[in-house]
Design a protein around this ligand. Structure first.
Ligand code: ATP
Length: 234
């Protein structure tokens, strides 16, 4: 469903993504693991055209997207849950969710999806009128996920959804990812929390200084020596 082939991304002279290739098949949860500054967020930004690849191809759902505008990529069915949530703090929870449906116009469908999101996250239903910036970190993460679901995507990309959350909330977020997948969603997950990510992913890639150095099933990665030493604390 999503395929990157030999993608190179630079920030000025700094060559951040180096011939990066990866793919996510329909219905899979695939995780991208990597230490600080490995290039995980840059991979997400490159997929969404927020940073341009200087070469390589990015294909989503049968279409080349490497030259498309971010809004058009989202319209084609790819949603992003960005790093550090990036909700709209001065807008209400309801308005944030409505923003997620900006690519759509059918009001009845949008209302149905709002209801669906509130079923997944009852906390959001209780707080629809609250200003998003006054929600707790965990609630904001739920809102960011809910906003992505509001675009009725075919696939969701999540950049470190566990960042800054308590262990209990991390579990809630990961349970939600499994729930979304059970409804048929394809998910690409970028995480530093390798043990949690591998416990729910089907496959994973390991990114080191902008290069994929390893890919395997999540089960095999959990017992791989390099992964254990570098990402699972030995
Ligand atoms: P973290 O887990 O710490 O967020 P990451 O794997 O997501 O790390 P990136 O944010 O993709 O890493 O950054 C990869 C490298 O690119 C880093 O060395 C970073 O300093 C550099 N970088 C990121 N954004 C820019 C930018 N806009 N201009 C210049 N360098 C950048």
């Amino acid at each position: 469903m999503l395929r990157l082939v030999d993608v190179n991304t630079f920030y000025g002279p700094s060559h951040v993504l180096q011939n990066l290739s990866l793919e996510v098949e329909k219905g899979e949860i695939v995780c991208l693991l990597g230490a600080n500054a490995a290039g995980k967020t840059t991979t997400m930004k490159t997929i969404f055209g927020l940073t341009r690849a200087s070469s390589g191809s990015i294909n989503f759902d049968g279409q080349a997207i490497e030259r498309k505008l971010t809004g058009d990529i989202v319209k084609s069915g790819l949603a992003l849950v960005p790093e550090a949530r990036r909700i709209f703090p001065r807008m209400s929870v309801r308005e944030n969710l409505e923003m997620g449906a900006f690519t759509r116009s059918n009001k009845n469908e949008i209302a149905e999806d709002m209801d669906h999101v509130c079923q997944i996250f009852p906390r959001l239903r209780e707080r629809l009128k609250q200003l998003a910036g006054t929600m707790s970190g965990g609630e904001q993460q739920m809102l960011a996920m809910g906003r992505a679901i509001m675009s009725r995507p075919k696939m969701i990309c999540m950049d470190e959804p566990s960042m800054g959350l308590s262990p209990k909330l991390v579990e809630t977020v990961f349970d939600t990812i499994l729930r979304i997948r059970s409804e048929g969603m394809t998910i690409f997950l970028v995480e530093q929390n390798a043990s949690m990510a591998l416990s729910l992913a089907d496959r994973g890639y390991v990114l080191q200084t902008g290069k994929i150095v390893l890919t395997d099933t999540a089960k095999n990665l959990l017992t791989n020596d390099l992964v254990r030493q570098a990402y699972l604390g030995g």
